[in-house]
Design a protein around this ligand. Structure first.
Ligand SMILES: [Zn+2]
Length: 307
């Protein structure tokens, strides 16, 4: 439609669409027009437009006189979301074209949808909760087992070759051999070699995985013997990046606060009341590896914003 009406949002259809969008707040909106055969550049997420362009075969171009459209209103009103225009060819789309464009829409959906999580909870009853609250009191001065408003995500690897021994180890609420404390160590997520994402503990509860940061950090373990092995495993890395990206969106966590265990002491959120533990760290996922991980994270579409 090219008629703009007597003023902004003057037409009944426009008002109906506005209230629909305000109510649903779609993460991605594609507006179809004809017949310029392009994906129109917008101020939304260019990565999503490029993805649509690659899948549909329509080139991505700017259209300088596209002012006052629903797209600019949406992209300004909902900055975490993306709306853009696809200008189809004229006439009816042939079946191959329908399939290509439907495939492009599905690719967008996959790019922004949170990944599938397999729930595999470890026992975390009243005793372990009390142990966690006591730990938080000793180390952070907070008597609480709940993880409130997490600010950091910490990446680890398990130093095992499979998931089962990790699950068994995290399930036992026994003092750890290194620091000899309760509760037993755990992490919220474990990502297996085949890319399966297991959720062991809800993100509303603290886990003991990183000295100095357990009070505010979500822990993600990766089954593997080294961080290099994880970074070279395409399926595992893809799951890791998608999960981390989704958590970033859910909790509003900046990419700089997605860190490796080895970076714990450099985090602005690091705190530790026990002096001898203030410099404690582990060797997994050092800065050199995490710089590459964070670059890959930022190459993904922006996460859905916290609502
Ligand atoms: Zn670790």
């Amino acid at each position: 439609m090219y008629e703009s009406g007597s003023g902004p949002a003057s037409e009944a259809e426009t008002r109906v669409m506005q209230s629909f969008i305000e109510r649903e707040q779609p993460r991605v909106t594609v507006w179809y027009h004809q017949a310029l055969r392009i994906v129109v550049k917008s101020t939304g997420d260019a990565k999503l437009e490029r993805l649509y362009s690659a899948r549909s075969g329509l080139p991505r171009r700017s259209l300088p006189r596209y002012h006052g459209t629903a797209i600019s209103w949406q992209n300004n009103a909902f900055p975490g979301d993306t709306a853009f225009v696809v200008e189809l060819p004229g006439g009816a789309l042939p079946p191959t074209g329908v399939r290509r464009h439907a495939g492009a829409v599905l690719a967008l959906a996959r790019a922004v949808a949170p990944p599938h999580e397999v729930r595999k909870p470890i026992p975390y009853g009243p005793e372990r909760r009390a142990d966690m609250a006591d730990y938080a009191q000793r180390h952070y001065g907070i008597h609480d087992f709940r993880l409130r408003d997490p600010k950091v995500i910490v990446e680890h690897y398990t130093a095992t070759s499979s998931f089962a021994p990790v699950f068994d180890y995290f399930s036992r609420n026994v003092p750890d051999p290194e620091l000899n404390e309760l509760p037993g160590v755990c992490s919220h997520y474990v990502i297996d070699r085949d890319g399966t994402i297991y959720r062991l503990v809800p993100t509303s509860i603290m886990c003991r995985h990183t000295v100095g940061l357990n009070w505010t950090a979500i822990g993600i373990e990766h089954v593997g013997q080294s961080d290099a092995q994880v970074m070279e495993n395409r399926r595992q890395l893809a799951s890791s990046l998608r999960l981390t990206r989704a958590l970033q969106g859910r909790f509003g966590i900046a990419t700089r606060n997605v860190i490796g265990h080895n970076e714990n002491r450099d985090s602005p959120f690091h705190r530790e009341r026990v002096a001898r533990l203030r410099t404690q760290t582990h060797a997994d996922f050092p800065k050199a590896v995490m710089d590459g991980y964070r670059r890959r994270l930022d190459a993904l579409p922006a996460p859905a914003s916290l609502r």
